[in-house]
Design a protein around this ligand. Structure first.
Ligand code: RTP
Ligand code: MG
Length: 147
């Protein structure tokens, strides 16, 4: 069982897509164990995207992610890191296939609606950047035996 950090970016919140984005992961059978609206601070954004520090798009990325509230979430499930990135779709909108969140809803590359952790280690680091451990709620889903 894995955990991942997913975040509806400011464009997704502004466009009223939180519900439809969350539904994609509920439909897949993953378990939502934490979720909240967050106004990301400059320091928190730089920590979250530290791997991109120094790249040409870094400053723009930090400005974008701090431009309005995000919806931060923790999801749990078998292989949830890799599978959620498949549900999300490719980074570049010109490569994101129909049927994925980005393929269906995003039209400009930096504004690609949702972040998903790219590995189990980054997931743990990103979760800790947004949530206290008491905010992660363990519970049993009645249908968990089937999916
Ligand atoms: P994310 O971290 O947000 O889930 O996206 P990702 O793994 O698919 O892509 P990543 O390479 O980690 O890039 C992080 C975010 O930076 C913006 N970006 N802009 N202008 C550009 O060339 C460029 N490249 C990346 C995107 O918002 C991307 O999601
Ligand atoms: Mg990334």
């Amino acid at each position: 069982m894995e955990r991942t950090f997913l975040m509806v970016k400011p464009d997704g919140v502004q466009r009223g897509l939180i519900g439809r984005i969350v539904s994609r992961f509920e439909d897949k059978g993953f378990k939502l164990i934490a979720g909240k609206m967050v106004q990301v601070s400059d320091a928190q954004a730089k920590k979250h995207y530290a791997e991109h520090d120094g790249k040409p798009f870094f400053d723009e990325l930090v400005r974008f992610i701090t431009s309005g509230p995000v919806f931060a979430m923790v999801w749990e499930g078998d292989d949830v890191v890799a599978l959620s990135r498949l549900v999300i779709g490719k980074t570049k909108v010109t490569e994101a296939l129909p049927g994925t969140i980005r393929g269906d809803f995003a039209a400009h590359t930096p504004f690609n609606l949702i972040h998903g952790s790219d590995g189990a280690e980054s997931a743990e680091r990103e979760i800790a950047n947004f949530f206290e451990s008491h905010e992660l709620l363990g519970y049993t889903k009645a249908i968990s035996a089937w999916i």
